[in-house]
Design a protein around this ligand. Structure first.
Ligand SMILES: Cc1ncc(COP(=O)(O)O)c(C=O)c1O
Length: 376
């Protein structure tokens, strides 16, 4: 397929690479190919570039460069943060709290931790996708070591009230971890102001390369190493550094910091257009809390609609429905089901996630296609 014809509204799955990010990475595939751990001058020069990237990330998050660990992406960061912390603090307690609408990377890591002797409480969400705070308060215990609540939901864009959750978590003397994969690079984040203990992210969600991400670990928080070897990343994550990708995530963070305001206003305008006009279709409604939602994500339920069929029918449109396909069986999104939608409603919902590269012409075309399809 010619990608110039592609109407791409699946930016929560991945974003296109920013040209400037690509440019910044290219020298590190060619002349600057060195190993950042080598002790010669060539290696040291590469290491300086890696440290610069660490600084670019820490500026975006208002962290210290030493508090950033490079990983292969959010999934690895979540595994390192949750397993590493659970093991490091197990003498204090073995109870963890998370939420039912988290990404599978968190839910499956928690399931694994249950298998090795930890106890996990999964908190419900209300119909609008916001965590049930009362249920959360009641779940906190003396032996709760970690609370893991995502910042922005990848399917609905719902933003959790993490300020309140952090306060309650710290009052209980527990550690707060947030999967911020859909927040970093999109909304302002200040880990110090919010007193976040651990935070995970992936570059490809904000115009950076795939296969690189990071974990913020507040100074003083203990994390047990999950990848042993040459002692890279302060001994927490061994393995030769993926230098071009590290340079790329650094550049993506720098651009995000500079252009976040302009981009968010532009994308919000596109989102408003898309939502307002789609909601004019009879029987259509938005899933998730509208006033606590990120500016690039819509999740819309259409009447008598089979989202999978639609996605399959239009080969030049990339949208998502959050369902999982296992053994030829299409399962509705666990997030929408937890929000109280029926299976039919969940399977009739589309996630439309926008980026700075989208245009109003694409928005118009998508609306036309959906409207025509529904009329038939
Ligand atoms: C909220 C959230 N967490 C974690 C991940 C996993 O990110 P990655 O596949 O880059 O490891 C994703 C990716 O979709 C996500 O949206």
């Amino acid at each position: 397929m010619n990608t110039s014809e592609l109407i791409y509204f699946d930016n929560n799955a991945t974003t296109p690479l920013d040209e400037r990010v690509l440019e910044s990475m290219l020298p590190y595939f060619k002349n600057d190919f060195g190993n950042s751990s080598s002790s010669h001058h060539f290696g040291k020069r590469i290491n300086n570039a890696v440290q610069k990237a660490r600084e670019q990330i820490s500026s975006l998050l208002n962290a210290e460069p030493k508090e950033i660990i490079f990983t292969s992406g959010a999934t690895e960061s979540i595994n390192l943060g949750l397993k590493g912390c659970a093991i490091a603090y197990q003498s204090k307690g073995k109870h963890i709290i998370t939420c039912k609408t988290e990404h599978k990377a968190v839910l499956d890591t928690c399931k694994y931790l249950e298998q090795i002797g930890f106890e996990v409480t999964y908190i419900s969400v209300k119909n609008d996708g916001i965590i049930d705070i009362e249920e959360f308060k009641n779940a906190l215990r003396k032996d709760t070591i970690i609370v893991s609540i995502m910042w922005v939901n990848n399917e609905t864009g719902v933003i959790q009230p993490i300020e309140d959750i952090i306060e309650l978590t710290h009052e209980n003397d527990s550690i707060f971890f947030t999967d911020a994969t859909q927040a970093v690079g999109k909304i302002p984040i200040d880990v110090y102001e919010l007193d976040i203990d651990l935070l995970s992210f992936s570059a490809h969600k904000f115009y950076g390369p795939k296969g690189i991400g990071g974990l913020f670990i507040k100074r003083g928080i203990k994390v047990d190493t999950q990848l042993h070897g040459g002692g890279h990343e302060y001994g927490l994550r061994s393995g030769t550094s993926n230098v071009p990708a590290i340079i790329g995530i650094g550049k993506a963070c720098e651009i995000a910091l500079e252009e976040m305001k302009v981009n968010s206003e532009y994308v919000k305008y596109l989102q408003n257009e898309l939502e307002d006009r789609l909601l004019q279709i009879k029987g259509t409604y938005s899933n998730g809390n509208k006033s606590n939602r990120i500016y690039n994500t819509l999740n819309i339920c259409f009447p008598s609609f089979d989202a999978n069929f639609f996605i399959d029918k239009y080969k030049n449109i990339a949208v998502s429905n959050g369902s999982a396909c296992t053994a030829a069986l299409v399962q509705p999104s666990h997030v929408l089901i937890e929000m109280g939608l029926s299976e039919e409603q969940a399977l009739g919902s589309l996630r439309l996630s926008l980026s700075k590269k989208n245009t109003i012409e694409e928005v118009n075309e998508l609306i036309n296609i959906i409207t025509t399809y529904l009329k038939r």
